[in-house]
Design a protein around this ligand. Structure first.
Ligand code: ZN
Length: 523
């Protein structure tokens, strides 16, 4: 999360020397006390020595129960939230209780129904379905042959009733998250994670694949390197006309993953990119009118290492915008230099800065903005989140807030809000690690990877409403490609029924403006 919520400090807590954890467990075999032979089936093997992996220590409490310790962020023991590890050498029907015992936070969405993510080698999607009570702990139900016929409702996480989050007297009154699980396939390797992983390598492959398409409105460059020499990518998405010498540019600048454990940030960011490079008429209009600059991964080392909040050297980069060092915070330094350069260029108008995060205690998507003395500027700043609320069912304007706390002075949103002039708006976009509620109901809908990406598509689309470019969409849509008879282009639905044409002022009724069931009409 980018910022502290109103009530919960997120300073982390010290671990004490006796809990010092040096690195990730590496194929660590848990053998029963006094057992000296070769490991047998059922002697669990834990591993977190892979990209974005995190598990620092395993203590066996009983035959069935294990205390698991998150490895703290590198060079900063105060942050312990992200975990991501595998378990193998299981026995069929082996039941276990895992206790994650050293979270650095107290408030958690685990109280509200969030559960760890799980997948296994034979079921590699992070998905699961609710099972009947007799197999409730298993990962059984992705197959149609499931004897429980439980394929009625898709879930992405373990059933919440198997997850308990409580203050534990056995662990120095730390908050502990315990969950029960039953392994069902002996050959499978099971993987558990705090949220859907999204690694540095995955993002590099994604960007490589986009680059190979040779789109004349998509540009990728290396803006800098991290301390460990990983790439700081900068994407530019715009019509080539806007990059002509002397052309005036309206720029939207987007950043993500400054906090490495906040993986939903990357899904949202990918959703934005996918939409902006698409042939959707709205995307074409946006490319004609705006220049999107996107630095999708501000903390590639932290992502690679499986940190939650910090860089390799233990810095929370989102507290160093005031004076980033070229050697200690090189990625932040590179992005800040570029933004200042654009700000000083009379031909460039930097209109939006959006930094994407994930939130560990709140539901929905929402934003943080700045407070300004100028009342009109303050009001204008509220327009974008209001429009986004109309476009995205999971985005909450009521959770959106504006502040100028001293403690957040080093965040991108606060720093750039102070630097840029009155025509620029700077936001932190937060999205829940867990779920959203849809207007009028209280039922929590767990986020899927796709739902995070959809929020990204809706963020991109909202610029159309903000700039009142809706009439332009109809113009670019007129010379539509000839398609086979009887099959209208899929985007036609959105032109007819979407908010773009219905509500040119972006003030339409939320329900009528969004059709979330029809994929051809979703963004
Ligand atoms: Zn954050």
């Amino acid at each position: 999360m980018a910022e502290r919520s109103q009530t919960a400090p997120e300073a982390g807590s010290d671990m004490g020397n006796d809990d010092a954890i040096g690195g990730n467990v590496s194929k660590y075999v848990v053998l029963p006390t006094g057992y000296c032979g070769q490991p047998k089936k059922g002697h669990l093997i834990f591993d977190a020595c892979f990209e974005s992996g995190n598990l620092g220590r395993v203590d066996q409490v009983s035959e069935f129960e294990f205390d698991l310790f998150i490895r703290p962020d590198t060079c900063n023991p105060r942050f312990r939230v992200w975990f991501n590890f595998t378990v193998e050498n299981v026995k069929e029907s082996q039941r276990v209780i895992f206790n994650i015992v050293n979270f650095s936070k107290t408030k958690s969405l685990y109280r509200d129904g969030m559960a760890p993510m799980v997948k296994s080698t034979s079921r590699p999607k992070w998905t699961q379905q609710i099972c009947p009570p007799w197999m409730i702990f298993t990962l059984c139900c992705l197959e149609s042959s499931c004897p429980g016929k439980c394929g009625t409702q898709t879930r992405q996480r373990l059933p919440p009733k198997n997850v308990y989050y409580y203050r534990c007297p056995d662990h120095r009154k730390n908050y502990v998250m315990s969950f029960a699980f039953c392994f069902d396939r002996e050959e499978d390797i099971y993987q558990f994670a705090y949220c859907y992983p999204y690694t540095y390598t995955r993002f590099q492959h994604y960007l490589d694949s986009l680059q190979k398409r040779n789109m004349d409105y998509f540009f990728r460059e290396q803006l800098g390197q991290s301390v460990q020499q990983r790439q700081l990518d900068l994407l530019t998405i715009t019509s080539p006309d806007n990059l002509r010498e002397g052309a005036e540019q309206k720029v939207v600048f987007i950043t993500g993953r400054v906090h490495p454990g906040e993986t939903p940030s990357s899904f949202v960011c990918q959703g934005i990119i996918d939409f902006l490079i698409s042939q959707h008429p709205i995307a074409r209009v946006l490319r004609e009118h705006l220049v999107f600059k996107i630095a999708p991964m501000l903390n590639p080392d932290g992502v690679y290492l499986g940190n939650y909040r910090c860089s390799l050297m233990g810095f929370d980069l989102n507290r160093h915008w005031l004076d980033p060092s070229p050697w200690a915070h090189p990625t932040l330094h590179g992005v800040k230099q570029l933004i200042i350069q654009m700000y000083n260029d009379p031909k460039t108008s930097l209109e939006f800065y959006i930094d994407i995060h994930a939130h560990s205690t709140m539901m929905n998507g929402f934003m943080y903005g700045n407070i300004f003395e100028d009342e009109e500027r303050f009001q204008r700043q509220a327009v974008f989140p209001k429009l986004l609320c109309q476009n995205a069912e999971d985005f909450s304007y009521s959770s959106t807030s504006f502040n100028r706390d001293a403690v957040k002075a080093g965040t991108g949103r606060r720093f750039l809000g102070g630097l840029l002039d009155h025509t620029s708006y700077c936001y932190t976009l937060e999205v829940s690690f867990y779920s959203y509620t849809i207007g009028g109901t209280t039922a929590a809908v767990p986020y899927t990877e796709e739902a995070y990406m959809k929020l990204g598509r809706n963020v991109a689309r909202t610029f159309l409403d903000y700039y009142r470019l809706n009439p332009m969409v109809e113009k670019v849509a007129i010379p539509m490609p000839r398609l086979r008879k009887g099959k209208p282009p899929s985007y036609k639905h959105s032109l007819l029924r979407g908010p773009a044409s219905n509500h040119p002022n972006g003030k339409g009724d939320k329900k009528s403006s969004v059709n979330h069931k029809d994929p051809s009409n979703s963004f």
